[in-house]
Design a protein around this ligand. Structure first.
Ligand code: SAM
Length: 363
């Protein structure tokens, strides 16, 4: 005989929040998208608190554990921790069985500080200064944020580029599978706004005779110096500090010019000018690597790109989302050929474009 479950629960996918009101002639849409947005704020701070309290790293060392043991270990209130852990389970960032909690694969890979694709240091800095989100309506009214990061770029970008480094190094390394920079014998790379220089490091590790000119603001360049040392390529790097709109680099010299996530803060004129400069600095046959989050025509194919554009607008003076049409238009207008878009890892996009050879010249 069939018996009722001890704790009857509706299937998550069958609730009214997700399906809309059942059994009426006119079926109103579900409220789930609105709740999804409202809960976005809480979801973010739940993850942030978990990182701040060291939940993932501690679970990594304890293994599966009951909440009272974890509360003791972390020196926090047990019922409050229970609520936090349950929320992380609901968000798909931990696993739980009865009252035992453990890391799931997502947490192991992205949320522990030594995970192979760790985003642990990125979580607090990725949205930009949190206060700027609170005054977003005001920013839209005025056309500019009250406290843009442009006022003190180094203090914003140092933690940001530390936080994005692992992800960007993975993207840069995986790009080789599609663009084969490792086939170049002794490439010279120009990395503008290099941050921790993930792109230069990936190329130099793949090309033992390669060399890189690495540019960023003074303070941020220190991160690049440290990262290139850690990856044992610093002896093949030259560091040039300063504003990439003002510095001059050698023309017709570089095999690869990297514009890695620098264009979307520069405004249309600034981004276009960076692409034109990159064209000048490349040698004929050289390639531009333009990494950014690009917005598609329907705005829905890559929502991450749309929201990253919004993040820029929220915290910078000139920041804006870049569409695929804009990017490809600027590349072609600058003279680039063979423009193609690759996705080396999820959420990361890269335009690769060639500076053509001048057929009237001998090389
Ligand atoms: C989002 S980070 C990207 C870092 C790195 N290229 C990457 O792909 O991971 C943008 C970098 O551009 C640098 N930057 C922004 N404006 C710059 C300017 N005018 N001159 C030089 N560097 C600049 C910032 O300091 C920061 O390191």
């Amino acid at each position: 005989m069939a018996v009722d479950a001890p704790y009857p629960e509706l299937k998550k996918t069958h609730t009214m929040a997700r399906k809309g009101r059942p059994w009426t002639d006119y079926k109103p849409p579900p409220a789930a998208p609105v709740w999804g947005v409202i809960e976005g704020l809480g979801s973010y701070y739940i993850l942030l608190a978990a990182i701040e309290l060291d939940v993932f790293d501690t679970l990594s060392s304890t293994g599966p554990v009951k909440v009272e043991v974890l509360a003791e270990e972390l020196k926090v209130s047990e019922p409050h921790l229970q609520s936090l852990l349950d929320s992380l389970v609901a968000l798909g960032m931990l696993d739980q069985f009865v009252n035992v909690y453990e890391l799931n694969d997502t947490a192991k890979r992205y949320l522990t500080s030594d995970g192979v694709a760790s985003m642990a240091n990125l979580i607090s800095v990725a949205p930009g200064p949190h206060d700027n989100w609170i005054s977003l309506a005001e920013t839209i009214r005025n056309g500019s944020p009250a406290k843009p990061i442009d006022d003190d770029p180094a203090s914003f970008y140092v933690p940001l580029v530390e936080g994005t480094f692992t992800t960007m190094l993975r993207a840069a390394t995986r790009s080789d599978l599609k663009i084969r920079y490792s086939n170049l014998t002794a490439p010279i790379v120009l990395d503008l706004g290099a941050g921790g220089a993930p792109w230069s490091i990936a190329v130099l590790k793949a090309c033992p005779n390669g060399f890189a000119v690495i540019n960023d603001f003074d303070g941020v360049l220190e991160v690049a110096k440290r990262k290139t040392q850690e990856h044992e390529v610093s002896d093949r790097c030259e560091f040039r500090s300063g504003n990439f709109h003002e510095l001059e680099f050698e023309t017709d010299k570089y095999d690869l010019v990297v514009l890695g996530h620098v264009c979307r803060t520069e405004g249309e004129a600034g981004a276009k000018s960076l692409i034109e400069r990159a064209f000048t600095y490349l040698k004929p046959g050289g390639r531009l690597l333009l990494a950014d989050y690009f917005v598609d025509k329907e705005r829905k194919f890559n929502p991450h790109g749309v929201l990253m554009g919004m993040t820029m607008m929220t915290s910078t003076v000139k920041g804006f989302p870049i569409t695929n049409e804009q990017a490809t238009g600027w590349l072609r207008e600058a003279g680039f050929e063979s423009v193609r878009l690759i996705e080396p890892i999820g959420y990361q996009y890269l335009y690769v474009a060639n500076k053509p050879f001048d057929l009237s010249k001998e090389y």
